[in-house]
Design a protein around this ligand. Structure first.
Ligand code: AMP
Length: 130
């Protein structure tokens, strides 16, 4: 059974896309901790991030760096926090979250409720800063 992220990769379900190349995809988290909260995934489905081949893991982070730079330019924050959880979706991904304080990266925090229009406009703004 393909993961929800594989369905996004295949275009079977929509996402607020930020960037992609042949191996990686970045899109907004639909239940964000902060405006600009983005997920970066390898297109090839692997559950656990530390099961990725070394080169894929390294390149995932390099791809995430470009995306983080664009988020920084878009959202006012001290820096972009990076986290790996993976307890909900069994498809390796990193969370890029704009933060100002250590607590901003807590996944126990309430999620923002953003409209489709707000998410689309944030994604467009980040894309324009890539
Ligand atoms: P975790 O696997 O614990 O790292 O959490 C998975 C993350 O994926 C959560 O932050 C969800 O809000 C996010 N998520 C789940 N489904 C989607 C989706 N269809 N589009 C964007 N983000 C999603």
């Amino acid at each position: 059974m393909p993961t929800i992220f594989t369905k996004i990769v295949k275009g079977e379900i929509p996402c607020y896309k930020i960037a992609e190349d042949d191996r990686f995809l970045a899109f907004l988290d639909i239940n964000p901790l902060a405006k600009g909260h983005t997920l970066v995934i390898p297109k090839k489905e692997t559950d656990y991030i530390f099961d990725l081949e070394d080169e894929v893991l390294a390149d995932l982070n390099i791809f995430a760096k470009k995306v983080a730079r664009a988020i920084e330019k878009t959202v006012t924050c001290k820096r972009i926090g990076i986290a790996v959880i993976g307890l909900e979706v069994p498809h390796a991904h990193v969370h890029l979250v704009p933060i100002n304080n250590i607590g901003d990266l807590s996944f126990a925090n309430p999620k923002l409720s953003l409209s489709e229009q707000e998410l689309a406009s944030i994604a467009e703004a980040i894309r324009s800063n890539l």
